[in-house]
Design a protein around this ligand. Sequence first.
Ligand code: PLP
Length: 408
Amino acid sequence: MTILETMTTEATDAAIDLDRRHVAHNYSPLPVVAAGAEGAWITDIEGRRYLDCLAAYSAVNFGHRNPEVTATAHAQLDTVTLVSRAFHSDRLAPFCAALAGLCGKDMVLPMNSGAEAVESSIKVARKWGVDVKGVTDANIVVARNNFHGRTTTIISFSDDDTARRGFGPYTPGFRSVPFGDAAAMADAVDENTVAVLLEPIQGEAGIIVPPDDYLPRVRALCTDRNVLMIADEIQSGLARTGRTFACDHWDVVPDVYLLGKALGGGVVPLSAVVADRDVLEVLHPGEHGSTFGGNPLAAAIGSTVVEMLRRGEFQTRSTELGAHLHSRLRELIGRGVVEVRGKGLWAGVDIDPVHGSGKQISTMLADRGVLVKDTHGSTLRFAPPLVITADEIDWAVHLLGEVLAETA
Ligand SMILES: Cc1ncc(COP(=O)(O)O)c(C=O)c1O
């Protein structure tokens, strides 16, 4: 008997009905109504508990309501939360100094959502092209099957028809080449190229890890051709893959890091463009901004997140438990699982479609108390909070095995 069958669904049904009537239908959530969360666990409106193996797409890397993060948030709520950038705050510069230090860079442009960080980096790269490189008709090379967010400019260079269709006219100035193909990237770069923008490991595409020589070759290309290498580490960064940044796996240092999601500790939206002075100083007063960008509450939380990352314990957990997760998932290859990819506590699991769609398998897992998210039809994404334990991983994989056996 599954947990859904043991409990009433009255409150869930009412909540989902209200949702359907008043929340725009731009998502298709699983029928779970979260009402509380702690560590790696979510509790729903009926009191059922679920192991969260999605972690809000890596925004909850440090666990739901991480005590260090919430202590900072509580303290900051009692001092000052928002002054806008019309004034300085005592929280912003220390946060930016700490984050720049973590990245080995000089400066930070604080924003809120991930998409805003990506948008901001596109503006910075174009301005850098004009001011520094002397390019007026700039182009930016991106990777096919990318996911960088949902703004009009960002979807303009997406290959996802659902994300694009009906939202034109699109922003020009982008060239898309296959992810993992450094030669195609080199062919696409010309004298008007100001930046290469890519995810070091593609998340939404299904946790796609590139060939080992890819990022080093892109790095060398960008250096040779005076092009900014922009690494979107919004989902892959901040300990998710076992290193502070996914680029670290290949000893690659991009010119620009884009960070978001976990930077806000799972409490506030906080994103950042991080680069050296010669790049970020192309922005002058009035040329870019955001009312909430770098607000004291977010900056205080961001400082705590940087401090936690400096200690390295989350990177170590992700490496060790990630090895465990991958080896347990690989045991299911041939028993409903076709392939397992990823690094650290981040796994893309391709399910044999004869067992059902990714959405169907996710729904059956939710029914048993494990929350994962499907992507691209038949891939499941495992990205639990990094506070998950080995026993909890075993339990989740055991239940996946059970679901696959039942659907065989
Ligand atoms: C790699 C990457 N970039 C950007 C974004 C956009 O972030 P946000 O949803 O906060 O705008 C995402 C979100 O999933 C992402 O995975």
